[in-house]
Design a protein around this ligand. Structure first.
Ligand SMILES: [Zn+2]
Length: 139
């Protein structure tokens, strides 16, 4: 399959996933509201409720983070930048995109981010500074 077709395929997957996450998150919120408006039960019920609340809010956090990543990837598809690393501008291999369709950073840069603890934006700034210096050296 050509890279372009493979990306279109991933777009369909991302859109479906985004819609599923959106409704899950909307569902979570309405469930939380129901819990709050309910009559307070005994101590055991309250403990269970708060544990349940905590799990729901942790899940919601993971889901909203994934949703943000997906929306970001779809934005890059619209701009025609999808599949290019946000840090170094290199092509992200299809294998990585298939495994993680909302990846916007190549494995090398991802490792660098994990190693240095820097954000993608500051790592990119540093990469741009280095390439500016290289240009100066050449001229
Ligand atoms: Zn990269």
């Amino acid at each position: 399959m050509a890279r372009k077709d493979a990306i279109l395929n991933l777009k369909a997957i991302l859109v479906r996933r985004r819609d599923a996450l959106r409704s899950a998150l909307a569902g979570d919120l309405s469930l939380l509201k129901e819990l709050r408006s309910g009559e307070p039960g005994d101590v055991m019920d309250a403990a269970l409720d708060s544990a349940q609340d905590e799990i729901s809010s942790q899940l919601a956090e993971v889901e909203s983070r994934e949703l943000a990543s997906i929306e970001h990837a779809l934005e890059r598809m619209r701009d025609g930048d999808y599949g290019l690393c946000e840090v170094c501008g290199g092509k992200i291999p299809m294998a990585r995109l298939n495994a993680l369709p909302y990846a916007t950073i190549c494995i090398d840069c991802q490792r660098e981010i994990e190693r240095t603890g820097m954000s993608a934006a500051s790592l990119r700034e540093e990469a741009e500074m280095v390439s500016d210096e290289e240009e100066v050296d050449v001229s």
